[in-house]
Design a protein around this ligand. Structure first.
Ligand code: S3P
Length: 178
């Protein structure tokens, strides 16, 4: 049973790279009459560079993580938004505190590593997915962290984006402040 301090008015999608966060945010937000927000896009705009890969290349992961934290903080008071996070948002608990504050509900799109590798396709835009072995290590390390931050877990294996979206909606909608 979902137990929250206040009725949610923002949904935060978390999960490993290629678990479908952006696609689900795009599908879900209009169904709620909310906006979809992609955290990586804000990070890229803030950096003045062209892509996440370019930020990693020019300035390294630490710089990217600092930008990610400042963007998470700026979304503290956002309302009526579905936020697609980057897979590493959970590496700093303070990011999750900021996103969850003021009625944020966290939905973990749980996806097996096998499905992740099928969906990931060309991984050149994802600096932390350069090879399968290190991605698997990262996946194993993060799995319990995603679970620990989740208010709701939705499994995405063998489900279309529409099915995942419908399941998120089914679980979240009764709790929403609309
Ligand atoms: C990252 C995931 C990426 C992006 C960056 C770091 C991670 O986002 O934020 O490459 O640490 O898992 P996606 O989860 O949308 O691929």
């Amino acid at each position: 049973m979902l137990s929250l301090m206040s009725q949610p008015n923002k949904i935060i999608l978390i999960g490993f790279m290629a678990s479908g966060k952006s696609a689900i945010a795009q599908l879900l937000a209009p169904q709620l009459g909310w906006n979809a927000h992609h955290l990586d896009d804000d990070i890229v705009s803030k950096s003045g560079l062209q892509s996440v890969a370019a930020i990693f290349k020019e300035h390294g992961e630490g710089f990217f993580r600092d930008l990610e934290s400042s963007v998470a903080l700026s979304l503290q008071d956002a309302q009526r938004v579905v936020i697609a996070t980057g897979g590493g948002i959970i590496t700093r608990a303070s990011n999750m505190d900021a996103l969850k504050s003021n009625g944020g509900i966290v939905v973990y799109l749980r996806t097996s590593f096998e499905t992740i590798t099928q969906r990931a396709g060309d991984t050149s835009s994802r600096p932390l997915f350069s090879d399968k072995a290190s991605a698997l290590q990262l996946y194993m390390k993060r799995l319990p962290i995603y679970e620990s931050f989740a208010d709701i877990i939705v499994d995405t294996d063998d489900r279309s984006e529409e099915e995942v979206c419908a399941e998120v909606l089914r679980l979240v909608e009764p709790t929403l402040c609309r």
